[in-house]
Write a protein that binds this ligand. Structure first.
Ligand code: MG
Length: 229
């Protein structure tokens, strides 16, 4: 590869055009202008990119840069829908007020996926003013957000989920939730973690007025956006 200070190269090209020089590359152009050109030891990783194929080869060889998406959601307890978390019905749990099925964990997960994809948020894709999404299973939201992430050239490699609730106890359902989420995302069970915590009686979760969830999704870029394999 050849490297130049931009100003020098721009001047050289302008001069070549003006004078009608015929040269084969930038180095000979700059030399012709009377500026010294040096050869320095290279390294194999610093490959010269000339053709689209060179670029594709480079992208393949380069370790994929991970991206992380964060999702957060909160729902209020009250007359409404039976509690569902991560797609798993929680028997005898408090009821939640919600437009869709009210799955706070899958809503957070959807936003985390959209965060990776650079595709806005769940409210943008599935407005809760739209009757089409009334009582809809939140798995649909996850699937759509996953498709957006894949269209953006991303491969999801990990999901870390946290439910924050004073009640109910999440532990008995943790395994089922993790397995279900892994299935939704096409991941191995080991690539999904489910955590649960209380806020020690503080705030709205402490007062048992509702619950909240955080999701962190890690993805790697497999190919440029829009170039679906
Ligand atoms: Mg929600």
């Amino acid at each position: 590869p050849q490297g130049f200070k931009r100003g020098l190269l721009v001047r050289a090209h302008a001069l070549a055009q003006e004078q009608g020089w015929e040269v084969t590359d930038d180095a000979s152009l700059v030399e012709r202008m009377g500026e010294p050109v040096l050869v320095v030891p290279g390294e194999e990783a610093n490959v010269k990119i000339t053709t689209p194929e060179d670029l594709a080869r480079l992208n393949q060889a380069r370790p994929a840069a991970p991206c992380v998406g964060l999702g957060y959601d909160a729902h209020r307890y009250g007359p409404g829908r039976p509690l569902v978390l991560g797609g798993i019905p929680i028997p005898n749990g408090p009821r939640v007020q919600a437009h869709s099925d009210g799955d706070v964990l899958l809503h957070a997960l959807t936003d985390a996926l959209l965060g990776c994809a650079g595709a806005g948020d769940i409210g943008l894709l599935f407005p809760d003013t739209d009757p089409a999404f009334e009582a809809m299973s939140s798995s649909i939201f996850v699937k759509e957000a996953l498709a957006r992430a894949q269209e953006a050239g991303l491969k999801i490699v990990h999901a870390d989920l946290t439910v924050v609730a004073q009640t109910p106890k999440i532990a008995p359902w943790r395994e089922q939730i993790a397995e279900n989420v892994a299935g939704l995302l096409g991941l191995e069970r080991g690539q999904v973690n489910v955590k649960a915590t209380t806020e020690e009686g503080l705030g709205f979760t402490g007062e048992k007025k509702g619950l909240k969830a955080y999701a962190l999704v890690t993805a790697v870029r497999e190919r440029p956006a829009g170039d679906r394999a």
